[in-house]
Design a protein around this ligand. Structure first.
Ligand code: ADP
Length: 475
């Protein structure tokens, strides 16, 4: 763990093992922290706040820029660690490190653009100065699916704003978190500004984060049930909250779209990170007249996606995070097939030969998916592409919106009016129009409804870490 500028053990001295999801091999261990450790980390962050929040924006910007340089220079090494610990193919890990580093550079720039206002009053003998100041100590809880970029997307803006922080990374990927902290330490971050508590059991740490009065904001990325619980507890103690949660993204192919291009896009997007992404397309709505061409292209593409160890050249799909993840995907696929869907490609777990000690599911294409199936409603966190054929263009946006989630949605059309009207009508925070990668450090990322509260990335991302103060002057 990292507390007050020092790497340290947990107060009990216990640790937990970290394994490679492709092989089951133990690849490291981290301290198993508890409530005492979380409190110690908050004490360090609280003590460092006065000094860090009064550094100049330029000083904070310089450290973030330095961190960007170090992370970029180490991209290869970090990507290898990520593939080993999280399982994604090496090329995808490399892309993630670049995306992660982008947040450091973007917020090194944004740090210098936090400004206040000088506002008029109703009274002629009064003026107002409006200040934007850091909220204070921020507690962060991050997931395993993007184990480096989900840290920098929170740490970048928090540090730029002048906040200090305590991070609890996912228990499946603490080594990536440690590597990110090494980058900041080398960049010269002062003691106490960033702190990290690792733990096998996150619950006691979550209790401290949501109840300790010194923590002024909680930011969480992960599943909707855990986010809802943490946000509820934090709200009861009147802490600021941002939560980025699950998704169930629709992918709509309109009658005027090119079905082959759309299918290529869907096949490229669906299997990223083995489908373990909150913006993964989970419901492919294809208009009747395109069903055949779309399905045929998808089937060809999916059949060519190789599952395997992320270090093996040509592997497009790595392992899932654990056995529970494989079992969930298997149950969704079995339920769909039992209710009449066809598994055109895959449809089963992989557990023979090189797959025997990892957590693998075959890249899968399902056709004939209907509303009665679990996979239609439940978030799919696996390499399964379900095709739903629709008839009415008027109805498809309502079908897409008929979910409790509201994170990402994708639209394929060649008609500008359809694109605009559909993007306006979809109740999702991120829309890709003929675009399978509608994300960037410089644009807001976040969801509506059960997909979360708040936005990360862009100028909006730093707002989450700022308080507004109004100062009246009698003149
Ligand atoms: P997933 O189902 O994708 O693993 P989780 O929401 O369980 O997502 O995990 C995301 C993050 O939330 C991880 O860092 C995990 O340790 C943490 N987490 C899970 N349960 C709790 C909890 N009860 N209190 C605090 N953090 C939690």
């Amino acid at each position: 763990m990292f507390i007050n500028g020092e790497w340290c053990e947990s107060s009990t001295g216990n640790s937990f093992e970290v394994t490679d999801p492709a092989t089951g091999a133990v690849i490291g261990s981290m301290p198993d922290g508890g409530t005492d450790d979380a409190e110690r980390a908050i004490t360090a962050a609280d003590a460092a706040f006065a000094q860090w929040s009064s550094t100049t924006a330029r000083e904070r910007s310089d450290i973030l820029l330095k961190a960007w340089q170090i992370m970029t220079a180490r991209a290869g090494e970090l990507a290898e660690l990520m593939t080993r610990e999280q399982g994604k193919p090496l090329k995808a890990a490399r892309n993630e490190v670049n995306y992660a580093a982008d947040f450091l550079r973007f917020y090194s720039e944004e740090a210098t653009r936090v400004a206040g206002e000088w506002l008029p009053s109703q009274r002629s003998d009064q003026r107002f100065l409006i200040l934007r100041q850091p909220v204070g100590v921020v507690a962060m809880v991050t997931p395993w699916n993007y184990p480096i970029s989900m840290l920098t997307r929170k740490m970048g803006p928090a540090l730029a704003a002048g906040c200090t922080l305590v991070l609890k990374p996912a228990e499946d990927t603490p080594l990536c978190a440690k590597a990110v902290f090494d980058v900041f330490v080398e960049a010269g971050i002062p003691a106490g500004v960033i702190n990290m508590v690792t733990a096998k059991d996150p619950k006691p740490i979550g209790e401290v984060f949501t109840s300790d009065p010194r923590v002024r904001k909680i930011t969480f990325t992960g599943s909707t049930p855990v986010g809802r619980m943490l946000a509820g507890k934090a709200a009861a103690n009147l802490k600021r909250v941002s939560v980025e949660l699950g998704g169930h993204a629709p992918f709509i192919v309109f009658p005027d779209a090119d079905p082959v291009r759309a299918a290529k896009g869907a096949a490229a997007l669906k299997f990223l990170n083995s489908g373990q992404a909150c913006i993964s397309p989970n419901r492919l709505y294809v208009s009747e007249q395109h069903a055949e061409a779309f399905t045929e292209t998808m089937a060809e593409r999916v059949a060519k996606v190789n599952a395997g160890n992320g270090f093996t050249e040509g592997v497009g799909v790595g392992p899932l995070v654990n056995e529970a993840a494989v079992a969930k995907v298997e149950a969704q696929v079995d339920d769909a097939v039992a209710k009449g869907a066809a598994a055109l490609v895959g449809g089963h777990r992989l557990n023979e030969g090189e797959f025997a000690s990892g957590h693998f599911f075959a890249p899968t294409l399902l056709s004939g998916v209907t509303e009665s199936m679990t996979i239609y409603r439940e978030e799919t966190f696996g390499p399964v592409a379900p095709i739903i054929t629709y008839g009415s263009v008027e109805e498809v946006v309502s079908l897409a919106n008929d979910t409790e989630y509201g994170l990402a949605a994708y639209v394929y059309t060649n008609d500008i009016s359809t694109a605009i009207r559909t993007a306006e009508g979809l109740r999702f925070g991120i829309i890709g129009v003929n675009d399978v990668n509608p994300t960037s450090a410089s644009v807001p990322f976040g969801g509506m409804k059960d997909s979360g509260i708040g936005r990360e990335g862009s100028h909006d991302g730093i707002e989450e870490y700022l308080e507004t103060k109004s100062i009246g002057f009698a003149v």
